[in-house]
Design a protein around this ligand. Sequence first.
Ligand code: GRF
Length: 212
Amino acid sequence: MLSASRPSARLAVLVSGGGTNLQALLDAIDADPGFGGEVVVVAADRPDAGGLQRAKDRGIATVVEELSAHSDRASWEAALRRAVEAHRPDAVVLAGFMKILSGAFLAGWPDRVINTHPSLLPAFRGAHAVEDALAYGVRVTGCTVHLVDEQVDHGPIVNQQAVEIRDDDTAETLHERIKAVEHALLPASVKLLCHDRLAVSGRVVRILEETR
Ligand code: GRF
């Protein structure tokens, strides 16, 4: 993706919530001249997603595409794809985006849609991963950054990090500690993607050596 003629990968970030992972990515890009990526658009499926304001504060373009404004899911997803594509991103980062994207969307960026999920996959897929880990009684959970395929929280794993569960944890306290880990792991993984350092073979991702 990186070349002399295009020094920086163009990134679209999709959010549904507060956008702390988006913020961590923006901060990591700011702090690292060698990051190799820039966020060119932030898209949300709801107008009250806090991540939108974080983007506006930086002068980054925003898009809102609500499912309720469309007659069906396919037309919502097609509209979202068109709006994102208008910004010519090289890769798409799902940073707390709470809707499932089909192959029709993913085909635009093969092996270049990346997601962060608050569990150690394949355990606890789905929207309630933190609550489910607590209810199951596992002692260790964590976060997973993975490439997105057509199944929910399933694609090839780029990075994982464990977080221990404490006896007095609530979903809120545990999620906060997981997010703190995500805030480092997601930007580090996106940087690898920007530098074309992810070699995907089936489910397995190999991280390539840095080339200069
Ligand atoms: C993250 O924990 C992400 O893994 C999950 O939702 C949370 C989003 O948080 N899917 P934020 O909007 O980035 O603060």
